[in-house]
Structures are given as structure tokens and as C-alpha cells.
Write a protein that binds this ligand. Structure first.
Ligand code: IVH
Length: 671
């Protein structure tokens, strides 16, 4: 062999080692030590060299991650040990019954420990490693025979092409789940929508579809990930007495293992872990559909053995489903406060995760077309956390031919005015400023949480006052008398007095509140804050020209135009003048200096009840001191302020490493 080739072999070996190490740090540990460009450079060098010397390409080379020529079909793979499925549990009782069966089988074993693992909602695969090298990867198939998808699995960065560490087993068959993150899924669907390709119903289908591509170069472009959760036969690994240690060993070999695996000393801890995962569920960036409970001792797992298709030592405790199928009975059109007409699906009521769902959003006409739903269809409906339920897709196999196309309205369902579609927007809009539906929605917005937040004037009450013609426009709110309210259905003296007191108190609300309450198009809380910051008073804001508005950072021509249009409207001017006469004088912003802004840059989130302030008072203080208040937990939050009985936010904040303050520490912060 020539010296040159020797040098190439040497260099290729170094490149592969270095690239494996960096990929492991990046994809498995999530702690990279070099920049992406540097990685890319090394990767390109590897591809170049292998291009020049194709005979030096190895099966474990990182170049295998990019995929290769399409296959005709997948070959079948016989699993050496069957890939089992799991029995399901749906309640705590089912879990205690499971434990009782274990005790019975093990003949009065005193106590059992468990491992509780998130049940990934992806697809099960088997990875075969010989002498530490990945030689085959396959789907579960019918449990005995799967499909050979080795080339596709090699494109998944979280799957090691070779194992790490010394003393590797001669044969290791790793089992685990391939999945797609929810973000990756959304992005993939957005890209598919843009080029008119059919959408995937959920991340699991997207992962399954991606992994079964005959062209592995396509698989390589899909955001797939992998968690390992077991091996096919326990004697493949030495000196490993428990499931928990088995997972640790897999991590040592270079696999990603779910960090939310819990080690539980008894069934009570298993139940606690289930609740913990259920709370975390909506904040995770991948989908889990339950928790798998496994007997921790591997010796006991062997003793317990398996039944025909399921092991005796494990059970899947399912979460309440977040999807269900039901019939789409009709589509209604709802007019929002800015006139936007939204199609709303009327569904045959169905329970999803403990809540009865009878309406779901269909967003807009384009969405209806893209999803291809028809009235009368059986549809898959999804509900996640507090989000409005939505229709995922129609179930085409259940069509009878009787289904009807969804017709879009030409006239406003509330006032009959002709609907328009404004430049470039997909939404239909009613532009009649006197449209009753818009009026009512605007009033609900004005008194609601995103507006003046007037206690006692929620959605139902505003509907009542509007239908009774007591409140038709904002100034009518300030003319309400306790005596009038008292006589209405569902009201009493006390509630009427309280409501009027709350209305009066709102007269001096901060200007930011008032501005977002007005419901000017495109002006929510964020833009309102920008406007107050720049113009300080209502008077100056109303006098600002289009160009003045455009000069504010964060405000573009569309928003500036909407603001100008709003204040130029004579009826708006009349209304604002009337409000002023009624004593509605929002608190304007004072000139401030840096010393008043000690919480600049801080983002606080409150949970639990505070004893010396109301939540709203505390928020006001934070804002006055230059801090921001968040209503949801995210990485942007800098401090979690915890009162009595904190909710799940506390645990999540701790998991995210966010500073947690009790009430005393919070008082110190603001003193
Ligand atoms: S253990 C014999 N652990 O759930 C044990 N399965 O019906 C078999 N799954 O097809 C699997 N996360 O794809 C196990 N942490 C986990 C899991 C898990 C998801 C899936 C797996 C299997 C199905 C069981």
C-alpha cells in the first residue's frame, strides 16, 4: 500500500472518531463542544475523502447518515426474540391488580420495586449490534418478522452506528422507540402544506411514514429521534441486576435514554410518577401516550416470564386519550370582534381526556380545503391542554357518499352584510362597523381578561346585557346602575353593587390596558405597551401621524395604518369623548428613570396564592418596576414566584432550572 493511501486511512479513522464523538455530544448529550460550521467542515472532509476512495467507506462511517440509492422494497427480518406488546391499564385499580398478579405469581414476595418510563408514541424498532457495530435495524412487524430498515435507521443521529466504551457484548439487540418531536412534526407539515403534499395526522404517523421510506435520503431529511428502553434478551449484558441499571448501561453505550424515567420503590411512587408525567405531558416536545411500568429486578423479570404476546413483568398505563373520532354534524360561521368569520365545527359530543367536546375550530376556508372535510364525515378530533379542540382529518374509509361539501358564506351570518376577503388574507371578513356580532365580541373583549378585566362582567353577563340592549357600546357599561342590574335574571343586590364598583374602579386602569381593551385591529397587549412607551398619553397617541407610528420599533405599516384608521373614525372619536366625560381616564405613563426600573429584564411567573397581595397587585408592582409578567412557563421566565399551594408550575420550573422565590423572597426583591 502506498504511503498516500496509508495517510488517508489514518485521516479517515480520525475523522470518523471525531465526528462520532461530536454527534454523540450534540444529539445524545445535548452538550456540543464545537460549532455547527466546524462540524460541517469535518463532515465535508470525510465525504470528500470517501468520494475519492470509495473502497475505504465503512458501514459505521458518519457518511451513512445521509442515506443512499432508493430500494425496490424492504426485506423481511426474523427477530431472534419476538418483539412483544404490552397489556394496558387505564386506572390506579388496574395497576394494583397488576401488582397483585405479580405477588401471586411470585408467591408472596414481600415487596417489589418498579421502573416507570414514559411511553413514547412512536414506533418500536430493533437494532442489532455485532461486536459493537450496528449491522441491522428493523421494524416490529407482527412481532416475529419485521422489515429491514437498516439504511433508514442509520440516518437517525441519535442511533449509534457503533457502540461506545470498552468491553462490548458480542451481540446486543437494542429495543427502543423512533419518534418525531412535535416541533419537527409541525415544521414538516408546514413544509408539506406549502408544496401541496398531504399532511400527516400526528407525529407518530409522520415518524412511521418517514422510517418506511424506500429512499433513505428522504428519511435523512426528517427530524427523527430515538430513545432506547430495553434489549431483546437479558443475558446479552453482564452484571446488570435491574432495569434501571440496564437503561444506564444503554446510555453508557451511547444511546439516548428518556431522562424522565422514574425509579419507584413501591406502587405509591409509581402512581405519583404517573401524575407527574401527566402534568408534564403538554410541556414536552414529544408525544407520550402513557407510562410503562416494569418490574425493576431483571431476575424477577425472568422468573415472571411472558404470556403469548405480552410480558408478565410490565404494563402500559395509558393516559386519557387526546384524540377521538366523532361525526361532523354541521359547520357554523362565527363572527369575531374584528369581523373575521371563522368556521366552527359542530360535532356529535364526544369525550376526550375527560372533557366533552362538541365544537372544534376549522380555522379558515383554506384549512377546510386542505383537510378535505365534508359535513357528515367521521373526523379525528384532537384536544391538547387548554387549546381549542381542532379537527385533524376526516376518516375517508368511513365515507358513505352522502357527505356534503362545506359551503362558505357570502353574507355575514349576523348582519347580512356582504363578506370580503382583504388583500392577501385567507380569512373572510364582515366590514360592517355596526354588525351586532362584532359589537358583542368587542364588548366581551373590552371587559375580559385581555382588556379591562372587569370582575363580574364575563362572557355570559355581557351576552345578557347586550341581548337586553342595556349595553350596546362601551360607554353604556359606565352608565349601568346597580338598580338596573339587580332586576335581571341571575342577579342580586350584592352582585349588582360589586359589578358597578368594579366598573368604576376600571375607570383609572393603566393606559396599556385601555388600549388593548379597545380592540384596535392588530393592537394587542404587546403593541399597546410599545405605543404607551413611545407616546405616553392618549392625546399624543391620537395625534400621532402614520409616519410617527411607523417610526416606533416593532410597528409596521399594516399596524400603523390600522391605528390611524381607528382614530380617524368619527364614531370612535365620539365614543372616546363620551368615555372621558364619564370619567374614564386611564392612568398615563410618567417619565421614568433607570432607578425606577430595578426589574428591567426580569420575567416573573406567579403560581399559588400570595398572602399579602392579590395576584393583580403583585403583577402591577412588577410591571411598575420594569419587569415583565408571564402567564405561561417557558425558558424566558427568569423567576417563579410561589405562593401557597403552588401548582404543577413549581415542579416544571425546577426541572427547567428557573429561580424559585417564595413570598418573602419576592417581597425582598421588590422592596
Ligand atoms: S417496553 C416487552 N418501554 O409500547 C416490552 N415499550 O405495546 C415491550 N413503547 O410496541 C415494550 N415506550 O413501541 C416499552 N418505555 C417503553 C416504551 C414502549 C413506548 C411502545 C413500544 C411497544 C408498545 C407496547
Amino acid at each position: 500500500m502506498g504511503d498516500e493511501k496509508k495517510a488517508v486511512i489514518e485521516r479517515l479513522k480520525i475523522l470518523r472518531d471525531v465526528l462520532h464523538d461530536h454527534a454523540y455530544r450534540y444529539y445524545v448529550l445535548d452538550r456540543p463542544i464545537i460549532a455547527d460550521v466546524e462540524y460541517d467542515q469535518l463532515f465535508r472532509e470525510l465525504l470528500d475523502l470517501e468520494g475519492k476512495f470509495p473502497d475505504l467507506v465503512t458501514t459505521d462511517s458518519p457518511s451513512q447518515r445521509v442515506g443512499g440509492e432508493p430500494l425496490e422494497k424492504f426485506n423481511g427480518v426474523q427477530h431472534r426474540h419476538p418483539m412483544l406488546s404490552l397489556e394496558n391499564a387505564f386506572s390506579e385499580q388496574d395497576l394494583f391488580d397488576f401488582e397483585e398478579r405479580l405477588f401471586r405469581f411470585l408467591k408472596d414476595f414481600p415487596e417489589l420495586e418498579y421502573v416507570a418510563e414514559p411511553k413514547m408514541d412512536g414506533l418500536a424498532v430493533e437494532l442489532v449490534y455485532e461486536k459493537g457495530f450496528l449491522i441491522q435495524g428493523s421494524t416490529r412487524g407482527d412481532g416475529h418478522t419485521g422489515e429491514d430498515i437498516t439504511r433508514n435507521l442509520k440516518t437517525i443521529a441519535a442511533i449509534p452506528l457503533r457502540l461506545q466504551g470498552g468491553d462490548l457484548p458480542s451481540l446486543l439487540e437494542v429495543r427502543g422507540e423512533v419518534f418525531m418531536s412535535t416541533d419537527g412534526f409541525k415544521q414538516l407539515n408546514a413544509e408539506r402544506a406549502a408544496v401541496g403534499e398531504p399532511l400527516f395526522a400526528n407525529p407518530r404517523n409522520a415518524a412511521a411514514g418517514s422510517v418506511r421510506q424506500l429512499d433513505s435520503r428522504l428519511t435523512a431529511r426528517r427530524p427523527l429521534d430515538f430513545f432506547a428502553y430495553g434489549i431483546s434478551e437479558l443475558n446479552q449484558i453482564d452484571d446488570c441486576p435491574t432495569q434501571y441499571e440496564l437503561l444506564n448501561r444503554l446510555a453508557v453505550y451511547g444511546f439516548r435514554v428518556n431522562p424522565l424515567v422514574g425509579s419507584c420503590r413501591n406502587m405509591e411512587e409509581v402512581v405519583a410518577h404517573y401524575r407527574h408525567l401527566l402534568e408534564l405531558r403538554d410541556s414536552l416536545d414529544y408525544e407520550i401516550d402513557g407510562m410503562v411500568v416494569k418490574v425493576n429486578s431483571l431476575t424477577l423479570q425472568e422468573r415472571l416470564g411472558t404470556k403469548a404476546r405480552t410480558p408478565r413483568w410490565a404494563i402500559a398505563w395509558k393516559f386519557p386519550a387526546s384524540q377521538a373520532t366523532t361525526r361532523l354534524l354541521d359547520v357554523e360561521f362565527q363572527v369575531g370582534r374584528t369581523g373575521t368569520v371563522t368556521p366552527v365545527a359542530i360535532l356529535e359530543p364526544v369525550a376526550i381526556g375527560g372533557v366533552t367536546v362538541s365544537r372544534a375550530t376549522l380555522h379558515n376556508e383554506e384549512e377546510i380545503k386542505r383537510k378535505g372535510v365534508k359535513i357528515g364525515d367521521m373526523v379525528l378530533v384532537q384536544r391538547a391542554g387548554d387549546v381549542i379542540p381542532e379537527i385533524v382529518q376526516p376518516i375517508l374509509d368511513l365515507r358513505t357518499g352522502e357527505e356534503k361539501q362545506v359551503g362558505m358564506p357570502v353574507h355575514c351570518p349576523s348582519c347580512g352584510h356582504m363578506l370580503v376577503r382583504e388583500n392577501g388574507e385567507v380569512a373572510l371578513r364582515c366590514i360592517n362597523p355596526h354588525c351586532p356580532a362584532q359589537r358583542l365580541r368587542s364588548l366581551i373583549h373590552y371587559t375580559g381578561k385581555a382588556g379591562m378585566d372587569i370582575e363580574g362582567l364575563g362572557k355570559k353577563v355581557m351576552e345578557q346585557l347586550f341581548n337586553e340592549k342595556l349595553v350596546v357600546d362601551v360607554p353604556d357599561i359606565y352608565a349601568l346602575q346597580p338598580e338596573t342590574l339587580e332586576k335581571l335574571e341571575g342577579w342580586a343586590k350584592k352582585s349588582a353593587e360589586n359589578a358597578v364598583a368594579a366598573i368604576n374602579a376600571s375607570k383609572s386602569a393603566p393606559l396599556v390596558r385601555f388600549l388593548s381593551a379597545l380592540g384596535i385591529r392588530h393592537v394587542g397587549e404587546v403593541t399597546a405597551a410599545l405605543l404607551v412607551e413611545r407616546f405616553q398619553t392618549m392625546e399624543k397617541l391620537m395625534a400621532a401621524s402614520f409616519d410617527d407610528l411607523l417610526a416606533v420599533e416593532g410597528i409596521g405599516p399594516q399596524v400603523a395604518g390600522a391605528i390611524r384608521e381607528y382614530f380617524d373614525d368619527i364614531s370612535v372619536q365620539k365614543m372616546l369623548a363620551l368615555l372621558q366625560e364619564q370619567g374614564v381616564v386611564p392612568e398615563e405613563k410618567e417619565e421614568e428613570n433607570a432607578a425606577d426600573q430595578p426589574l428591567q429584564g426580569a420575567v416573573l411567573l406567579f403560581t399559588g396564592t400570595l398572602s399579602s397581595f392579590s395576584r393583580d397587585e403583585a403583577k402591577e408592582i412588577v410591571k411598575k418596576m420594569g419587569g415583565q409578567v408571564s402567564s405561561t412557563l417557558s425558558k424566558k421566565v427568569t423567576h417563579l414566584v410561589c405562593g401557597e399551594k403552588p401548582g404543577s408550575k413549581l415542579r416544571k420550573a425546577q426541572a427547567l432550572g428557573i429561580a424559585v422565590l417564595d413570598e418573602k423572597a419576592f417581597q425582598q426583591l421588590i422592596s
